[in-house]
Design a protein. Structure first.
Length: 655
């Protein structure tokens, strides 16, 4: 900006002085002189075309034809600036008294083509001439533009920017700008409006100590930017040589469509509670020496939810990094489309809506979070302290302290978007109430009790449904006193009636535990143990997490009465969707067991009869650890030996 205003000042002085000489010099000579002096002052050629119309009375000034300012020798655009006309007017009375008082400047249909080379060179940097010593005194440096200006107008302009290094481009069209410089040493106001990427935008600015600002010094600055219904305001101090900013930033960012249009992106579809209705920000803003931006005392309000804290956005080698300490008094996250409602059956299945984790590649992060009560859409949390670390598309959430469902959760949860999308974790739940936890996470509310759960898991996929169908890992559940709702096992065993299910039925237990392993979204367990006042049970089976289905076999054993009667053992099958499983007695298994028992009894009776016959007829009595067959063989061998001995005796005795 400094070069532009100083160059403009040079042109104004030259043109005005030349206007006074109009009667002494031909127009061509006047134009040539102005062009030579400008090139001498800036190092860049300027072409002023006919018609050139000077005036002396009642206002001294000049109106030119088309004006062209040459581009840098390496620039790709044909010119740095072009304009259809330039109109400048002076106060004759002030000029006679020795002051430069510009009553009006108008630039018609200007086009400014800004370019940045890959090595950082810019085409708008002019080599302005300095004093012979080339080291102006400090007080002179602040006099780069010393004229009073009542009104300057830029109408129908265009500013284009192209960055060869980053490939970034933007183009502001239909640009109208108006400003005034009543006192170069005082404040200056500016108002502009135009169109960027199809979105109308307006800008207002008030700069204190204008001349000092042009020299790059830090001065008071107020800015207001508007696009659609969105507004952003800054009040503080700023300078541009080097860039320095410190002050307060306040904005209403609710019109995300307008802001996204300015950024050349698609507006995010924020859900209710996260900015669907309103999004505002208030913060202290400072630009750090390393090029980062520091937000202090930030307060971000999304709909009715507030986030407070300090944030640092610092540059990195490949992407920026966000370092923050945030506090959220209360949080409610929306439930994903297709997810079951908290109080609904889970039969509808998991959401198949694709999960977009691309934001994890946009920045790295290290965020400490203090959270009050929270509804996460798939579960509830109480006061929580957590840390979020994002590194090259991989996010790790470490729960340092999290109250939930009457207990607490510790461990970590990982979202990895480096190659596809995967989620995993190593979590420990202590003292949690199982019924509200199961209801919120899976729509399953048949298990009542408080206990501990440890689980390690990994899932891969681009939707919740795909992830649940791919889960692998292991874990263990242990509960104290509780209930299984919808199933009265003791009643089934006493009556051998499978109708003890449904509303009003329940099994009260003293403890319940089982370990499990997961693969391909199916949880398998073979060590379920249940102890109840009236029975004990073991069990095994599968829980299909992807399909939300159960296939379990319980083997309960009704405890006998004090007199030894009443004991019974009948397996119970639990199969079907976990929202409405079918529960029945496994009578086929019971019949097979009874048949096996009767067969064993018959075999034992037959064996006993054979043993009795062997004893009575053969005199065979099995010794300890010997079977009846072995005893018979042994007895036969003894008999043969005895008979052989008797025959030998007869032969030897001559009988």
């Amino acid at each position: 900006m400094r070069w532009l205003m100083r160059a403009l000042a040079s042109v104004l002085v030259l043109v005005m002085l030349l206007a006074l000489m109009i009667f002494l010099m031909p127009k061509d000579g006047l134009i040539d002189l102005a062009e030579r002096e400008f090139e001498k002052a800036t190092g860049r050629r300027i072409d002023i075309a006919e018609p050139v119309q000077p005036s002396v009375w009642p206002v001294i000034g000049v109106r030119t034809g088309p004006v062209t300012l040459a581009n840098a020798d390496w620039g790709k655009a044909p010119a740095l600036m072009t304009a259809k006309a330039l109109d400048i007017r002076l106060s004759l009375a002030a000029l006679i008294s020795g002051d430069l008082h510009i009553t009006g400047v108008e630039l018609v249909d200007p086009v400014l083509m800004l370019e940045r080379r890959a090595d950082g060179a810019v085409n708008w940097e002019l080599k302005l001439a300095e004093t012979p010593e080339d080291t102006p005194a400090p007080e002179a440096a602040s006099q780069g533009f010393a004229a009073r200006l009542d009104r300057a107008i830029l109408h129908g302009g265009r500013i284009s920017f192209a960055d060869e290094g980053s490939g970034q481009t933007w183009d502001v069209t239909a640009l109208d700008l108006e400003t005034a410089i009543p006192d170069p040493m005082g404040s200056v106001t500016l108002a502009a409006r135009g169109t960027l990427r199809g979105q109308a935008v307006d800008l207002g600015a008030e700069i204190a100590e204008f001349a000092a600002f042009l020299d790059g010094k830090t001065v008071s600055l107020a800015l207001n930017l508007g696009a659609g219904r969105a507004r952003l305001g800054f009040s503080g101090i700023a300078g541009f040589a080097p860039l320095a900013v410190e002050g307060d930033l306040e904005g209403d960012l609710s019109d995300l469509a307008a802001l996204a249009a300015l950024a050349g992106t698609t507006a995010p579809d924020l859900p209710e509670g996260l900015g669907a209705r309103s999004l505002t920000v208030k913060t202290g803003l400072t630009r750090a020496d390393n090029g980062g931006w520091l937000l202090r005392g930030a307060e971000i309000t999304a709909d009715d939810q507030v986030v407070k804290g300090d944030l640092d956005l610092v540059p990195g080698k490949d992407r920026p990094k966000l370092v923050a300490q945030l506090a959220i008094p209360s949080l409610t996250l929306p439930r994903g489309k297709g997810d079951p409602a908290p109080d609904a059956a889970a039969g509808a299945g998991w959401s198949s809506t694709p999960i977009d984790a691309g934001a994890l590649h946009g920045f790295d992060a290290d965020i400490a979070l203090a959270l009050g009560a929270a509804d996460l859409g798939i579960g509830q949390l109480g006061p929580t302290k957590a840390r979020l670390v994002i590194d090259q598309g991989r996010a790790v959430i470490r729960l340092e302290e999290a109250e939930a469902y009457g207990g607490n959760i510790t461990g970590q949860f990982v979202i990895n978007a480096r190659k596809g999308l995967s989620v995993g974790g190593d979590l420990r739940f202590a003292g949690l109430q199982m019924q509200p936890l199961g209801r919120d996470l899976a729509g399953f509310d048949r298990l009542v009790g408080q206990g501990d759960l440890a689980v390690k898991f990994l899932g891969v996929g681009d939707s919740l449904a795909a992830i649940m169908a791919s889960l692998s890992g292991e874990g263990k559940l242990a509960l104290g006193k509780g209930e299984m709702i919808g199933l009265d096992i003791a009643g089934m065993l006493r009556s051998m009636d499978p109708g003890y299910v449904g509303e009003g039925a329940k099994t009260v237990f003293d403890n319940l535990s089982f370990g499990f392993a997961m693969a391909d979204g199916v949880l398998r367990s073979d060590d379920l143990l249940l102890a109840a006042p009236l029975l004990q049970a073991t069990g095994a089976g599968t829980i299909d997490l992807g399909a939300q289905a159960l296939d379990l076999r319980l083997l309960p054993r009704l405890l006998p009465r004090d007199d030894g009667t009443g004991g019974a053992e009948v397996p119970v099958l639990i199969r079907g969707p976990w929202a409405d499983p079918k529960i029945r007695l496994d009578l086929e298994w019971l019949a097979e067991q009874r048949l096996a028992t009767e067969r064993q009894r018959a075999e034992e009776q037959a064996k006993a009869r054979l043993e009795e016959l062997a004893r009575n007829k053969l005199g065979v009595t099995p010794e300890a650890g010997e079977t009846l067959e072995d005893a018979a063989k042994r007895r036969l061998e003894e008999a043969v030996q005895e008979e052989t001995g008797r025959v030998l005796d007869r032969i030897l005795n001559g009988n």
